[in-house]
Write a protein that binds this ligand. Structure first.
Ligand code: KG4
Ligand code: ZN
Length: 331
């Protein structure tokens, strides 16, 4: 079953065709980063306007790349939650139009579940596993028991981890998005030069939650209080010290989730999963096997939407023409 997947929840306009939830036949991702860079963040109005301009050419390119014609497609998946409403509406409306004219079913797909499904497109990973979704919009630790069976165990109670990287980078004048720049600078720094604070979320109900606004503000308002007084107050040292706390905060919660559930497989996804310190630390975790999808499947993409839509559609799930978008996942 060949499924066309459409992703337009943020600043990536992407369409892919995936067969039987596994084999990527075509995959086109058009990123808008250049248009948002001057604003050091995604501007919703620009994002939805770019999706309107780009979605048709991206669609044609996706069919062409796979040597496919409309008659080959048996179903459509489209991200309809969570994300920027104006951007989601572009993809959803496009999916409805295709579904009507091709007379094939379409289904609205949860973007977070799709990120947690993405690794299955590049490897055979047994369920259950602990999913770690870390991006500009999410910091989620979940127990994933099947493509459609995901239990969120914990999340950030304020800023997402990628958002913290981007805001710290903005403050340090390192441009947008800042995660990769901080990662590169941190490699040359001393991660113990600054003692930035760990958020201490251990109260009941927060066992697997994280928080990044305190860390972000500590770095931005960095004072002698956090400095060891000897290491240079260099950007490399600030980046390395920030990155250590940001990643180790996550790992403590991840280790607790693995220990408490007895699951020793971890699958990381989202843009921050590209972070080299995070990858090193995950590889070094005792008794835990870590998997990451390749980078183009870590960041927002249509292939993960098409892949997961296969499971929705084969489970009998369908959307109607009254389907709508949700900025946040309901419930
Ligand atoms: O998944 P993604 O492409 O988009 C969404 O936010 O949905 O993730 C983008 C985020 C940005 O915050 C970016 O700074 C961060 O991923 N990022 C990184 C690295 N590469 C990208 N953060 C830390 N280290 C990296 N190497
Ligand atoms: Zn995403």
């Amino acid at each position: 079953m060949k499924i066309l997947g459409i992703e337009s929840s943020c600043d990536e306009c992407s369409i892919a065709v995936v067969e039987d939830g596994k084999t990527i036949l075509s995959h086109v991702v058009a990123t808008q980063i250049e248009f948002h860079k001057p604003f050091a963040g995604v501007v919703p109005e620009i994002a939805s306007r770019k999706h309107v301009e780009w979605i048709l050419p991206v669609f044609h390119q996706a069919l062409e790349q796979g040597g496919l014609s409309p008659g080959d497609i048996q179903g459509i998946g489209v991200t309809n939650r969570p994300g920027l409403s104006g951007s989601l509406i572009v993809g959803l409306t496009f999916a409805k139009a295709l579904s009507l004219s091709w007379k094939v079913p379409f289904v609205g797909v949860d973007h977070v579940l799709a990120h947690l499904y993405a690794p299955q497109l590049s490897a055979e990973i047994d369920y259950p596993f602990i999913g770690l979704l870390v991006s500009g919009g999410h910091s989620i630790i979940a127990r994933v028991s099947g493509p459609l069976t995901v239990e969120v165990l914990g999340a950030s109670i304020d800023d997402a981890i990628g958002e913290a990287f981007d805001k710290v980078a903005k403050h340090l004048g390192l441009g947008y998005p800042g995660g990769k720049v901080i990662d590169d600078l941190a490699r040359k720094g001393n991660a113990k030069a600054f003692q930035f604070p760990f958020a201490n979320l251990y109260k009941s109900g927060h066992a697997y939650d994280v928080s990044y606004s305190g860390l972000k503000n500590a770095v931005i308002n960095q004072q002698d209080l956090f400095w060891d007084g000897e290491s240079p107050r260099s950007i490399e040292n600030i980046c390395a010290s920030f990155e250590r706390v940001a990643v180790d905060t996550l790992l403590k919660k991840l280790q607790a989730a693995c220990r408490d559930t007895g699951i020793n497989r971890v699958v990381a996804g989202g843009g921050v999963a590209a972070n080299s310190y995070l990858r090193d630390r995950l590889q070094g975790m005792q008794d835990i096997r870590a998997y990451y999808p390749p980078l183009d499947l870590c960041t927002d993409n249509g292939a993960m939407i098409a892949g997961l839509a296969f499971h929705y559609l084969t489970a009998g799930l369908r959307s109607g023409l009254d389907e709508t978008v949700y900025a946040k996942v309901p419930g």
